[in-house]
Write a protein of this length. Structure first.
Length: 496
């Protein structure tokens, strides 16, 4: 089979092989600027918008990708060479695979190279939404106090030099200032990260920043800019060589960075927009007055469930989430965590049967074709676990509820950070901005069992709770003594 490089000049050939956009990309306007074009944005929002653009009368809602960090250069280079086209490979549990060419991203600005262009793009009259996937760690809040972190050197720089933005806050402020000066309405800021109240968080941070940098602008933002909260969901593993190889061998398409995902997709959004919105309800996006019950449910069950499998899974040597689910000890442990510890402290969610939701999570995690690496799940645990797992633990501590499962995961995280190896002696692939600090704290565990918890910026006052400390001490002793996480998980379950 002849191999075609993926770009707009080869669409005619590619169309006989996989589905291509049915819309004329030249006629699209960029109504959305998206900051943080990772795999998740490309499997989720860009896919929804792609489906929308296939409907008539929607040409205002194309996406301009934007990268604010040097690390975005790779995706920028790849997408630019492909005219921003890429393939979305959906892998079903039964082995079925759908490949679709996504055309909704029509431009990409690497703001590190062209900051002025980035600002003027966001300030352009066509831009009506600026959406974000900047990860949990990208919001620049202090993990315990929740306050904006003014100590960051780039933030300091931006406050003194509003015309030389570096971080997301500097760029948003510069663009909103320009819009205001030009008499344009603001854009909506649409956060799509796994943070509870993600919109409120983005608002609080941007207001804290602009109050220092430009108080008048802060007043305008507070009055006119909407920051809807959203709950986003689609499991999207890191792209692997097998994905490129699959497209090449199966369809004769050379795509340098396709995205693989599961069939499940969900987006729940608060219907508060500053300057219009795409009619995404046509595609099953749920617009609701208050997203909090949905985001809480997702973060405390799906995201926490991932970590509950991922950290112990990494220590045991399971490479992927589906490998964890094939191991009955892990699968039962995760379900027990959800049933016994997470669910009792969740509020009811209207229209959702939590038992069914958890059944679906089990099926999704077990999808053998997704091969979501535990390394991806464990990456940036310092930003994830305090948000995904601690609320459940704290609620149970306050209510006298069960805590053993969550406590085991924290003890396992300490062991993981300390040893940096799995139980077979293989090096763990750890990626965390705090990995050195985590390692340093965890290393003291042998002489001071509570050493890891002394990181107040992660754990707050958790150490002051005696019931928790007894459990944690026990888990640490067993884990460090037996060096067998699976046996420890089993023994926790046997105690039930
Ligand atoms: C995962 C999420 O990063 C993580 O730890 O739990 O990326 C998860 O796959 C997505 O939120 C699914 O929507």
């Amino acid at each position: 089979m002849e191999i075609f490089q993926l770009n707009k000049d080869h669409l005619a050939q590619i169309k006989d092989r996989i589905a291509i956009p049915n819309y004329d990309r030249k006629k699209l306007k960029a109504g959305i600027v998206h900051i943080g074009v990772g795999g998740f944005h490309r499997s989720h929002q860009a896919y929804y918008i792609h489906q929308l653009l296939e409907k008539p009368g929607t040409a205002d809602w194309g996406i301009c990708g934007m990268g604010l960090r040097e690390g975005d250069r790779r995706i920028y280079d790849v997408l630019r060479k492909q005219d921003y086209l890429y393939t979305l490979i959906t892998r079903h549990p039964d082995g079925r695979i759908d490949s679709t060419l996504i055309g909704s991203i029509i431009d990409f600005i690497l703001a590190v190279d062209t900051p002025k262009l980035a600002v003027s793009k966001m300030a352009h009259p066509d831009t009506r939404i600026v959406s974000l996937t900047i990860t949990e760690g990208g919001y620049n809040f202090h993990p315990v106090t929740g306050a904006f972190d003014f100590d960051h050197p780039d933030i300091q720089h931006e406050i003194a030099h509003p015309d030389d933005p570096k971080t997301v806050y500097g760029f948003l402020a510069a663009a909103l200032r320009q819009r205001r000066e030009n008499g344009l309405p603001p854009f909506t800021i649409l956060s799509c990260d796994n943070i509870q109240h993600n919109g409120a968080m983005a608002r609080k941070m941007l207001l804290a920043f602009t109050e220092r940098q430009d108080p008048e602008l802060a007043g305008w933002i507070a009055q006119t800019v909407h920051f809807p909260n959203t709950m986003v969901d689609r499991i999207t593993p890191v792209t692997a060589d097998r994905d490129m190889a699959y497209l090449r061998e199966e369809h004769g398409i050379a795509d340098a960075w396709p995205v693989t995902c599961e069939p499940f997709i969900q987006w729940v959004v608060e219907d508060r927009f500053s300057n219009g919105r795409p009619p995404l309800e046509q595609l099953g996006v749920q617009f609701v007055p208050d997203v909090s019950p949905y985001e809480k449910m997702k973060i405390r069950l799906l995201n926490a469930g991932h970590s509950v499998l991922g950290i112990p899974g990494a220590i045991h040597g399971h490479p992927t989430i589906n490998a964890c689910m094939e191991d009955p000890v892990f699968a039962t442990f995760m379900r027990n965590f959800m049933d016994l510890e997470a669910t009792p402290v969740l509020d009811p969610v209207e229209g959702i049967d939590l038992e069914k939701y958890k059944d679906t999570l089990e099926e999704r995690f077990a999808n053998p074709n997704i091969k979501d690496s535990v390394a991806r799940i464990c990456s940036e645990s310092s930003a994830k676990l305090p948000k995904f797992l601690l609320p459940t633990l704290q609620k149970n501590l306050a209510a006298g509820g069960p805590i053993t499962y969550a406590t085991l995961v924290l003890a396992a995280w300490c062991y993981y950070s300390d040893k940096q190896q799995d139980e077979n002696g293989a090096a763990l692939e750890i990626s965390d901005v705090m990995s050195d600090e985590l390692h340093r704290a965890a290393r003291e565990t042998a002489t001071d069992p509570a050493a890891f918890l002394r990181q107040k910026n992660l754990f707050g006052d958790l150490m002051d709770d005696n019931r928790f400390m007894d459990q944690y001490g026990l888990m640490i002793r067993q884990l460090y003594g037996q060096k067998d996480i699976r046996a420890l998980m089993q023994s926790v379950m046997d105690r039930e």
